[in-house]
Design a binder for this molecule. Structure first.
Ligand SMILES: Nc1ncnc2c1ncn2[C@@H]1O[C@H](COP(=O)(O)OP(=O)(O)O)[C@@H](O)[C@H]1O
Ligand SMILES: [Mg+2]
Length: 251
């Protein structure tokens, strides 16, 4: 049995913004193995973004712990890439210079950082837009730049916080397929937060459902659709049964 890449043990979060505190996340317990795609699905406000920020080492949980590659996680790691709901690009930097930024911050010389950024833009199919400024890119393209930037340190684990939620439905579907191809090609482990059942099923090996706030892990659904997957899978009886199961457990 391979070792897990990521484990959350009784992770709980209370924000101390009032006397009694505000519980955003009641309990998260789960394990992710290398090269798995795992989705976490739950209603708005149940603590998904809070959980992902904890998994990224950006905030410390009130209780419990996260173990990444065998060590307790305390601070952000180069080997963990993060894509937020909004692309958060620097408006005055070109697509290329946005992707190069985390490398430059690490002290990698500009020329070398830009060469690497070029390669990453190619991975997300945006080579032709290297010199474009964020305002010249569509929403889908901006999010692809954000994905390229998250791949800059060749992370072992990619955390995605509803990466395509702000896009229209058709663009979102296209982005989902691209993401699926990308993670399969690059052998990344992915933990994605979403409230879209279709996206969760098509991309994932396993899906966890969460209760409304304060969120608690409730069910694990194994997505046993064969890989590689295609859009046609959505019309199979097995897909429909999985979608029904997830919808019922979210109710
Ligand atoms: N830094 C914070 N301080 C206080 N409350 C917060 C903070 N971050 C999030 N919350 C609250 O915690 C709850 C869960 O938020 P969030 O994790 O963003 O949920 P989700 O991503 O599932 O929609 C929300 O009610 C939110 O307002
Ligand atoms: Mg959120």
């Amino acid at each position: 049995m391979t070792d897990p890449i990521l484990t959350a043990e009784h992770v709980q979060m209370t924000f101390a913004d009032s006397e009694e505190g505000f519980e955003a996340l009641a309990e998260a317990d789960f394990t992710v193995y290398p090269q798995e795609v795992v989705s976490i699905i739950g209603p708005s406000g149940c603590g998904k973004s809070t959980l992902l920020r904890i998994l990224a080492g950006l905030i410390e949980p009130t209780n419990g712990k996260v173990v990444f590659e065998g060590k307790q996680l305390k601070t952000p790691q180069r080997k963990i890439g993060f894509v937020f709901q909004q692309p958060n690009l620097m408006p005055w930097r070109s697509a290329l210079r946005n992707v190069a930024l985390p490398l430059e911050v690490e002290g990698i010389p500009r020329k070398q950082a830009e060469a690497e950024a070029h390669r990453l833009l190619e991975v997300v199919g945006l080579s032709a837009f290297a010199d474009a400024l964020p305002r010249e890119l569509s929403g889908g393209m901006s999010q692809r730049v954000a994905v390229a930037r998250a791949l800059a340190h060749d992370p072992d684990l990619l955390l995605l916080d509803e990466p395509f939620a702000a896009l229209d439905a058709l663009t979102r579907e296209r982005m989902d397929w691209e993401l699926l191809k990308l993670v399969q090609r690059q052998h990344k482990t992915v933990v994605m937060v979403t409230h879209n059942i279709q996206e969760a099923i098509l991309l994932s090996d396993r899906v966890f459902t969460m209760s409304p706030r304060p969120g608690r892990f409730e069910r694990e659904v194994i997505i046993d659709l064969p890989r590689p997957r295609s859009a046609e899978d959505q019309y199979t009886p097995r897909y429909v049964a999985l979608a029904r199961e997830l919808r019922q457990s979210l109710r």
